[in-house]
Design a binder for this molecule. Structure first.
Ligand code: BES
Ligand code: MN
Ligand code: ZN
Length: 488
C-alpha cells in the first residue's frame, strides 16, 4: 500500500473514506470538527444519540450520498494513552480494510498521546495499516478473487512524517514475513527451507551475506548438543548466519539468535497429540530474526547486525536421543538429556557458543518459544525477558515500551542454577517442575558467560492458539526492530 503525506485540509480529500477520531468526552479533534461543521453538526448528533459513544476501538462506517465514506473511530479520552492509540488505529485499519473503500485520509495533528510524540504516532500508523493487510492463503487451492485491500492512505501532516510512516511500514513487512514463515506448514518450512529464505534475503541487500553450517561442519566444530536433536529427523539441521554489515568496519556486531525448531514433536519424550500441529510455530524465534533482518534491510540501517538461526526438527525415531543420553556441547559442557522435549536449549547452546566464538558480539539476544512455563506465567500479553545485564535489560524494556510489543522481566538469579545439577554430567537439560522458564534461561546462561546477553521467551506471544484465532503474531519483530534502530 501507498502512504502519501499531504498538507491539504481533510475536507479537500478526493478519495473514498475519511478516518475521523471521536472522543468519549470533550471537544472533537480538529479534523473531526471540520467535517462535523460541514455536515451541520451530524457527528456531534451521533455522539448525543449514542450511535457513536467514542469508546476506544469502536468504529462506525457512514456512507454518504456524495463524497467519501466517514469511518468514525472511538478514541476514548484526548489525550490518549499509547495503548489506546494503537487500539484505535488498529480498529481503523481493520474497518477500512473490510469496507468498500480502497483508500482513506487521516489527520493525527490534533490527537495527543501521553508520553509519545507525533513521530511515534506516524510510525505506529504505518505499521498498523500495513500489518492489517496480512493475509495467509498460500495453501488454499482457491484464492479469494477480490481480497479486502487498502491501496492508499493519505496522512495529513508535515512532510517529515513520510520517514516515520516508512519505518512503520518496513517493520510491518518484517512482521508479515515472520508470520508467513510461522503459518506455513511444517512439511514445507524445514531447516533447509529457512536456509533458502535467508539466501533469498541476501539477494535484497549488498550488505548481507549468509553462511550456512551443515551437519558435517557442526560435527567438526563439536556441536554434540545441537546434533543430538537434529539426528532424530531425516531433515538435516542447519545453523544459518546472516551477516548484515552496514555499520563501521570493525565494529562488533549486535547478534540475534533464534530458535528454529521447524516442528517439535517432543522427540522420544513425545508430546500429547491434541493441538500438536501448533508446534509448527516452534520456529517463531527464527522467523522473528528473519523478519527483523528484512525490516533492517528495507530501512538500510547503518549497523552491524548478525542474525543466527538454529534450525532443526525434533522427531522421535531410531536415531533420536533418549532420556539419559549424555552429549557434549561445543564449549565442552556435558549435558544429560533427561527430557528430549527440552530441545530448544540444546540447539541454542551450540548456536550461542558458535556466535560468541565467531563474531565476538557487542550484544546477543536470543529469541525462543522455549517453555510452556513462560506461557503459564505471562499468558499471551508479555514475552519473558531474562538477563543479568542491567543496561541491556533497560534497552529492551525501552524498546518494549516504544514498540508496544511488551516484555516482562523474570528472574535469573544464581540460586536457580543448582536446579540443573546432574548426577552424571555437568548439567541436566531440565530443572524439574519449579521455575521452568527461569531454569531454561539458566541453562542458556551457562553458554553465555561474560557476554552482554539477554534471552526472550516468546512461547506465549509468537502465535495465537486454537480455532479461528490460530495464527502467527509477528512478535517480537516490533520490539527487535526498535531495539536495533536505537543502536544508531
Ligand atoms: N517448544 C516447547 C515450548 C512450548 C510449549 C512453547 C507450548 C509454546 C507452547 C519446548 O520445546 C518444550 O517442549 N518445552 C518443555 C520443557 C520441559 C520439558 C522442561 C515444556 O515447556 O514443557
Ligand atoms: Mn520441546
Ligand atoms: Zn520446542
Amino acid at each position: 500500500m501507498q502512504f502519501t503525506v499531504s498538507q491539504a485540509p481533510i475536507n479537500e480529500f478526493q478519495g473514498q473514506a475519511l478516518i475521523l477520531f471521536v472522543p468519549s468526552e470533550g471537544e472533537l479533534p480538529k479534523a473531526t470538527a471540520v467535517i462535523n461543521e460541514q455536515l451541520s453538526g451530524f457527528i456531534a448528533q451521533l455522539q448525543q444519540n449514542n450511535d457513536m459513544k467514542g469508546k476506544v476501538g469502536d468504529t462506525l462506517v457512514i456512507p454518504q450520498a456524495s463524497g467519501p465514506r466517514l469511518i468514525l473511530v472511538g478514541m476514548g479520552k484526548n489525550p490518549m494513552s499509547g495503548k489506546d492509540f494503537c487500539k484505535a488505529i488498529n480498529a481503523a485499519a481493520k474497518t477500512l480494510k473490510a469496507s468498500a473503500a480502497n483508500d482513506a485520509a487521516i489527520d493525527l495533528s490534533d490527537i495527543e498521546i501521553e508520553g509519545f510524540d507525533s513521530e511515534w504516532a506516524h510510525k505506529q500508523l504505518g505499521q498498523s495499516f500495513q500489518d492489517a493487510l496480512y493475509h495467509f492463503d498460500e495453501c488454499k487451492s482457491k484464492k479469494d478473487e477480490s481480497p479486502a485491500k487498502i491501496e492508499g492512505l493519505t496522512v495529513i501532516a508535515e512532510n517529515t512524517a513520510e520517514i516515520d510512516l516508512k519505518f512503520g511500514q518496513a517493520l510491518a513487512k518484517g512482521m508479515a514475513f515472520a508470520k508467513k514463515l510461522g503459518d506455513m506448514p511444517p512439511n514445507v518450512v524445514t531447516p533447509s527451507y529457512l536456509a533458502d529464505e535467508a539466501d533469498k534475503l541476501a539477494t535484497l541487500s549488498n550488505n548481507l551475506t549468509t553462511k550456512i553450517l551443515d551437519e558435517d561442519q557442526m560435527e567438526e566444530l563439536g556441536m554434540g548438543s545441537f546434533l543430538s536433536v537434529a539426528k532424530g529427523s531425516i531433515e538435516p539441521g542447519k545453523i544459518i548466519c546472516m551477516e548484515y554489515m552496514a555499520g563501521k568496519a570493525g565494529d562488533a556486531p549486535h547478534v540475534l539468535v533464534g530458535k528454529g525448531i521447524t516442528f517439535d514433536t517432543g522427540g522420544i519424550s513425545l508430546k500429547p497429540g491434541a493441538g500438536m500441529d501448533e508446534m509448527k510455530y516452534d520456529m517463531c524465534g527464527a522467523a522473528s530474526v528473519l523478519g527483523t533482518m528484512l525490516a533492517i534491510i528495507e530501512l538500510e540501517l547503518p549497523i552491524n547486525f548478525v542474525g543466527v538461526v538454529a534450525a532443526a526438527e525434533n522427531m522421535p525415531s531410531g536415531h533420536a536421543s533418549k532420556p539419559g543420553d549424555i552429549v557434549t556441547a561445543m564449549n565442552g559442557t556435558t549435558i544429560e538429556i533427561l527430557n528430549t522435549d527440552a530441545e530448544g536449549r540444546l540447539v541454542l547452546c551450540d548456536a550461542l557458543s558458535y556466535t560468541i566464538d565467531t563474531y565476538k558480539p557487542a550484544s546477543i539476544v536470543d529469541i525462543a518459544t522455549l517453555t510452556g512455563a513462560c506461557m503459564a506465567a505471562l499468558g499471551r500479553v508479555n514475552s519473558g525477558l531474562f538477563s543479568t545485564d542491567e543496561d541491556l535489560v533497560n534497552e529492551l524494556l525501552s524498546a518494549s515500551n516504544t514498540s508496544r510489543d511488551t516484555v516482562w522481566r523474570l528472574p535469573l538469579e544464581d540460586e536457580y542454577q543448582e536446579l540443573l545439577d546432574s548426577n552424571f554430567a555437568d548439567i541436566a537439560n531440565i530443572g524439574g517442575p519449579l521455575a521452568g522458564a527461569t531454569t531454561a534461561a539458566c541453562f542458556l546462561s551457562r553458554f553465555t558467560e561474560g557476554q552482554k546477553w539477554a534471552h526472550l521467551d516468546i512461547a506465549g506471544t509468537a502465535w495465537n492458539s486454537g480455532g479461528k484465532a490460530k495464527g502467527a503474531t509477528g512478535r517480537p519483530v516490533p520490539l527487535l526492530v526498535n531495539y536495533l534502530a536505537n543502536k544508531i
